[in-house]
Structure formats: C-alpha cells, structure tokens
Design a protein around this ligand. Structure first.
Ligand code: ATP
Length: 448
C-alpha cells in the first residue's frame, strides 16, 4: 500500500519527514518499505510551515494487515502532530492494494485517465494553489481511503506526495528527482543548539561536490545543511548520487543521530516554475514563473539592501513588472546591479504584487550600445544639441550632424545563467551545477 502524509508540524517543532522516518522504521515489521518520497510543493503557499514538504512511502503488506497498518499510522500521526498549533492540520492518504490494482491494471483507458488525474494533481500542487475540495473529489473518485485531523488540509500534500510516488512507480524517470539523506536528533536534544563539527562538513563537501550540493555556501562561508528551527532534523545531505551522499555522511562529525532516512525527492529540480508559454500572459500571485523580457529601468538598491529593476515583457504577455533580488541573496545582487536598460533577460522566480522574487536570471543579450552626441569631424570634441529634433552642431567649427553616435559599452558581466547562492535557495530550486549537462543550457555561472 502507499501512504502519503502532510501537515503534522509547526514552526515550534516536529517535521513531517521525521514522522515518516519513524513510521517507516516501525512498519518494517509488516513488510518491505521502499525509499520514501519527499516532495516539495508550491513554495509560495501562504500556510506552509517552512519548505512546503509532504511525504509518501510504499509498504508491501498483506491485504489483511492493511487495517492494522492504518491504525499504527493514525495513532502515530495523532501522537506526533503539533495539534495545539492552529496551522497544523494533518492529512493522511492510504492507497490500499485494491485501489492500487485498479489503477495499475494494464491497458485500460480508465487506468490511464486515473494516472493522468494523479499526475495533474501533483503538478498542480507544485505549481498552483489547490482547495481541499479538489483533494476530496479525487480521493472519492479513486476510492482512496484517508484520515485527517482538524481542518485536514494536509490531505492536499498527502495526496500529492502519494501521486508522485505512484507516477514514479510506473515510470521511474517521469519526474526528475534527486536524493536527500536526513539525520534526526535524539529527542532529549530537540530545541537545543546542534552540535555539528564545521570542518568535517567542509571536508565532506569538498570530497563529494558536485554529486552532493547545497551542503555549504562557499561564497558566504556558511553551512546550509542544518535547519535553525527546534525541529528533530539534525542535518540533510542533498545530491544526485546515493553513494556520494553516504560518503559525505560518513565524513561529517556531529552529535549522535537517533536515526537516518534516505528520501527520493523533487528538490533541486525547478518543478515549480511555469514558463511564459504555459502562463499565456496571465500572471497570478503565489505562482512561480520563467519569463522572457527586457530590462526597462536601471537597477537600484532600495531600503533593506534589496535590488530592483523593471522588466518589460516580450510580446503577448504585456505589461511591466518589478524584479527583486532580496538582501538575503547576497552576492547575486551584484549581478543584478550590473544590468542596464535594454538587456534581454529571462527571469526565474515567484510572483506576488506584480513583483518577481528572483531565484535565477539568464542574461540572454546584453545591451552593449550607448547613444551619445556625435564627435565633430574637425576638432574631435562632442557636438552640442542644436535644439529639439534639430540635430547636433559644433559651435566652434560650425559642423553639423543629424544623428547621435552609437558607442560600444564595456560590460562587467557575461551573458548566461546566474543563480542565488545556497543560503538563499528554495528547496525545490535547481542549483545550476545540476543543470550543467542539460542540452542547450548555454553559459552557466554557478554561484561557486
Ligand atoms: P515542513 O516543510 O517543515 O514539512 P511545510 O512547509 O511542509 O512544513 P505544512 O505544515 O506541510 O508546511 O503546511 C503546508 C500546507 O499546505 C499543507 O496543509 C498542504 O496540504 C498544503 N498545501 C501544499 N501545497 C498546496 C497547494 N499547492 N495548494 C493548496 N494547499 C497546499
């Protein structure tokens, strides 16, 4: 059976991945558990706790034991969830053997329709905003059992995580994926400061980067593998290679972990981004986009150290939006400060109040031309304007020219793709180092 879980934690404690790890370890006595999934859903959802994560896993269990397993899951969710917090609204989805067989039967049109509804649900949860009713409708249509507490909003994430697993089960490479190995703290240490030996983390990173990534932030000299919240996570190692991840794990010296769990995840894949073809000119708050346009105002630094410029859309999307490199994006702001009116760019990021919160930027074509008054052919000095639309003249030599002169400007940046550093990266955003082998990616400038 497949089990999806979400919304058990709060800013003050717990983590749904921890509950998943506890359950996976506990349920092994009922059958084999395959690598659980950790999906990051729409990063702009207002009621997320942190990274909008949800989990799912598959357990090969005899049908007659399914009810027992469900009872274990329900009781652990009740016991571990931060139910006293208003924003914690747990949801669990159970896809038992009968329901699984119904959607796994080969060749039936109905089955294809069901799979495509599940794909659609997961993809919408990653890029769009869903209502709990959407989850109820699909759960009842597909006869999936579920359990929820309080407002049960976690059913959205739980169904999305279960859908991701189901689609991957059928076609492992349908969605791009990476891995994260998460180590959890012993309970008596929750809420205390984490003991992780810095040097060992830098060594682990050096030994395994770029097969592991976002463990440290080189430019900002910071470790980024551990959260700062009172949750049970000690640290997580992300990467594309399970071997490299375990190699890094062995090199890191830290307080003793209670347990570890490896997840297959959509982290680092940019699955949340909607292209402007898909957006068809309509931009909505709480969605993330990839948009082509032209720099319309020179960048300026505003209060708080954020850097902003206006972007004019190409063709059909119409209108002008602001693009913001927020202060926490640190050195990325220097790239933005170097933009000029007329630069052709592609911006990547989440949209709210007519503003894109920049995650990446592609400098497609830098504007290297600047118009200046023409030089006098006799004395070589710059001519003066002879009045509105009346050309230019040199007072001394009495020479005249009707046109401005085009000058080539030296630019301090190169064309290509730039990204925010790991300290400012969303879980779901793809680090450029991962994209290096992508066909047609062009020039990339990873943040290290
Ligand atoms: P953590 O990362 O620490 O696990 P979180 O950031 O995942 O916490 P949750 O506590 O899971 O936050 O809260 C997110 C809530 O938003 C869940 O109830 C989930 O079902 C819901 N949700 C997720 N994606 C969407 C979406 N696209 N539309 C509507 N609701 C969503």
């Amino acid at each position: 059976m497949i089990i999806g879980i979400d919304d058990t934690d709060s800013k003050n404690g717990m983590c749904t991945t921890y509950l998943c790890a506890v359950l996976v370890d506990e349920l092994r006595k009922y059958g084999e558990v395959l690598t659980p999934r950790l999906v990051r859903l729409n990063p702009c959802i207002p009621f997320k706790t942190r990274g909008n994560g949800a989990v799912s896993f598959e357990l090969t269990v005899a049908t007659r034991k399914e009810e027992t397993v469900k009872e274990v899951v329900k009781s652990r969710v009740g016991e571990f969830s931060e139910l006293q917090e208003e924003e914690t609204n747990p949801g669990v989805v159970f896809i038992g053997d009968t329901a699984l067989r119904a959607i796994s039967r080969r060749g039936s049109d109905k089955r294809n329709e069901h799979i495509s509804k599940l794909k659609n649900f997961y993809e919408t949860a990653v890029r769009d905003v869903l209502k709990i009713e959407h989850a109820y409708t699909l759960l009842s249509e597909l006869h999936f059992d579920y359990f929820g507490l309080k407002k049960k909003r976690g059913l959205i994430g739980a169904l999305a995580a279960a859908s991701f697993l189901l689609v991957q089960k059928r076609d492992p490479n349908y969605y791009e994926f990476t891995y994260e190995l998460i180590a959890y703290r012993r309970k008596e240490r929750w809420g205390t400061s984490r003991v992780i030996e810095d040097k060992s983390v830098w060594n682990a990173d050096e030994a395994t980067y770029p097969l592991t990534w976002d463990t440290v932030d080189l430019a900002n000299k910071k470790l980024v593998l551990a959260p700062h919240s009172p949750c049970p996570v000690l640290f997580g190692i992300r990467g594309d290679s399970v071997d490299a991840i375990y190699k890094a794990y062995k090199l890191i010296q830290a307080e003793p972990a209670e347990r570890e769990m490896l997840f297959v995840t959509n982290q680092g894949t940019d699955s949340h981004l909607i292209t402007d073809e898909e957006a068809k000119g309509a931009l909505h708050d709480h969605h993330s986009y990839i948009l082509d346009g032209m720099v319309e105002s020179n960048p300026r630094t505003i209060e708080g150290g954020h850097v902003v410029f206006a972007l004019e859309f190409a063709e059909n999307t119409g209108g002008r939006i602001e693009c913001m490199a927020y202060e926490p994006t640190k050195g990325f702001r220097d790239i933005i400060r170097n933009l000029r009116i007329g630069d052709e760019v592609t911006v990547y990021g989440s949209f709210k109040n007519r503003t894109i919160n920049l995650e990446k930027i592609k400098l497609r074509k830098l504007n290297v031309e600047a118009l200046s008054n023409p030089k006098c052919a006799k004395c070589g000095k710059r001519m003066e304007s002879a009045g509105r639309s009346q050309g230019y003249r040199c007072k001394r030599c009495k020479t005249y020219s009707s046109e401005k002169e085009v000058q080539i400007v030296d630019r301090e940046i190169d064309e290509g793709l730039y990204e925010v550093p790991p300290v400012a990266r969303r879980h779901i955003s793809e680090p450029l180092i991962r994209a290096r082998k992508q066909e047609g990616i062009g020039n990339i400038h990873p943040s290290r």
